[in-house]
Design a protein around this ligand. Sequence first.
Ligand SMILES: [Mn+2]
Length: 319
Amino acid sequence: MTSLIIHHWDTDGICSASLVALVLDYLGESWGNVTPPIGLFDFDDRIWKKIERATDVFIVDLNVPELVEKIDRKVTFIDHHVQPKIEKPNVEHVNPIIEGRSEEDYPSASWVASEYFSVWSYLSALGALGDVGRRVFDWKIGKKAMQLLAEFGLQRRDAMKLVSMLDSNYVIMDRNGVEDAVRTIIESEPRDLLGNERWLRNLSIIEREVWKVLDNVENVGKFTKIEFESRFNIISKVVRKAVWVMGYEVVVAVNRGFGEKGQVYLRIKPELADSINVPAIIEKLKLKGFNAGGKRDVLGLICPKDRIDEALSVIEGML
Ligand SMILES: [Mn+2]
């Protein structure tokens, strides 16, 4: 028996995959793990070939029901995203959210996996912290999350650090780094992970790149514009620093060199959310066919490079 674990590239995906791997280790079964090309909710040839060689497939924290349906062997699909229920005899679909349970009870795939296997550890909490952020500690499950961390010798602060360390792999677009993280977690003591040199190096590379980008801040009338080219997925960090640390009120950032694509981001000071209608900008962009998303104070989109300026003019026209 060889199982294949296919997982999301973020902290929750890595932690959920590690929980499945722990169970498989306990059962004495061999396993491998793989993540899609970062940013792409799709399987490439490499993944399909691995599926062919596996007897058993686990898909965790990856919202790809249409791909799960195509797999012709036993699949355990563990998720917490809103998605259609898969009714196929070879698929065990584990998702309390689509059974009507709330996000506050099941904040992450790691939480769902822990309950499903009855295996609870700091990884259950770490996945939730990764997806929800520190507000998870205020939720009903927050107490249990903190207990789990404490049992493994981790403070809240350590856990936050571990989340940024695990996420650093996808931020620098290191697919192998994401995949290797699963075995690293299984083979290490939680506190030792805090000294993981590869992830710490990632963090300093990211930090340096973010500050380099923040040198190119330009004031354009009503807003601040930051244009850069980076193959790293740092645009959300850049605008957060610009608004939260540097104090700019309305920031538009553009990454014109994100592989084949462009990224555009808008963040405003929360106090301005009454005067600048960010959701309306998101709606307008969607109407024009852009893959945009966000909230009251933030907007992000990814698009082909030749549509960046069109997206920018929509956003700038509504500021
Ligand atoms: Mn998740």
